[in-house]
Design a protein around this ligand. Structure first.
Ligand SMILES: Nc1ccn([C@@H]2O[C@H](COP(=O)(O)OP(=O)(O)OP(=O)(O)O)[C@@H](O)[C@H]2O)c(=O)n1
Ligand SMILES: C[C@](O)(CO)[C@H](O)COP(=O)(O)O
Length: 258
């Protein structure tokens, strides 16, 4: 592992002929909504840290050539060592995260090898994805320039009005955005540069790219692809993880890779 001036650790060079796709994994959050205790991205799911469980999907996915993780500044070295112990072949760098998810993605973007043309962004705390979700986003990016997994809203939505309900929000055509979100590298770089210059934050990268005037293609996601945010999410995740690892859920064959 090379020492780098910044708190960025280069873990491996890009092998010849690897796919020109990198995935940026923001993993520097503090997990406030999860409550006290170990940061959620480090909590063990089936014996491995949640971050490792998520990264394995990309490491085993033929469509991806590079993995770049943004970790809490104080953990960069420790996370880098742990991820190398996990044998992640495509780990290219572990960089210092930012004060926001957007800042962490921006920092990770700086570590993308020059050979990369397609960049995915995936939350470290979304372990329930399969290789076909990743390749579906990559294919859509190659065709349209930008794409994201999403699922349609299935509940009735209503605004809060004090302790009562206010107006109903028409759910028709509303989506819950997921990750991975994928982009042409130049679009994502421009989008983050513009957002920083204009100081206009966003909760996901799709919004930043839309602000440039680009269309973003919707790719069917999965209701299982939850962002582990609260203790309830953690309980659900630990309950289904064993079956997920056997290739269960979504009616997928047990032989399908994670
Ligand atoms: N400064 C930040 C904030 C968030 N994230 C990452 O962005 C993803 C989605 O964020 P979220 O689920 O909100 O995680 P936290 O910010 O840790 O949670 P909370 O908002 O409850 O503190 C997570 O993988 C998280 O680690 C990040 O890399 N850097
Ligand atoms: C990127 C995201 O997961 C899409 O739904 C979501 O916007 C992240 O929000 P968070 O508050 O940073 O978890």
């Amino acid at each position: 592992m090379q020492e780098r001036r910044s708190r960025q650790t280069a873990v491996a060079g890009a092998a010849e002929g690897e796919p020109d796709v990198a995935v940026l994994v923001p993993a520097a959050g503090s997990g406030t909504r999860m409550g006290e205790g170990t940061r959620k991205q480090y909590r063990e799911l089936g014996g491995d840290p949640l971050l490792v469980c998520t990264l394995r999907v990309f490491d085993q996915c033929d469509a991806v050539g590079h993995i770049i993780v943004a970790a809490p500044a104080e953990d960069v070295r420790r996370v880098s060592d742990r991820l190398q112990e996990a044998g992640l072949r495509k780990l290219t760098a572990v960089v210092e995260g930012g004060a926001s998810r957007q800042g962490s993605v921006r920092n990770a973007l700086r570590a993308v090898p020059s050979s990369v043309n397609v960049v995915l962004v995936h939350d470290a705390v979304r372990p329930f994805i399969r290789a076909h979700h990743v390749s579906g986003v990559v294919d859509a990016v190659r065709e349209h320039g930008a794409a994201s997994l999403a699922v349609p809203v299935v509940d009735t939505l209503r605004r809060q009005e004090g302790k009562n309900f206010g107006a109903t929000v028409d759910r028709d055509g509303l989506y819950r955005m997921q990750t991975p979100q994928g982009f042409r590298r130049d679009w994502l770089e421009t989008a983050h540069r513009e957002a920083r210059t204009k100081d206009v934050p966003a909760t996901d990268d799709v919004e930043l790219v839309q602000r440039l005037g680009h269309s973003v293609r919707s790719v069917e996601g999965s209701a299982y692809n939850v962002k582990i945010t609260t203790p309830t999410d953690w309980s659900l995740a630990t309950a289904i993880w064993p079956r997920w690892c056997e290739g269960g859920m979504e009616g997928e064959a047990a032989s399908s890779s994670q």
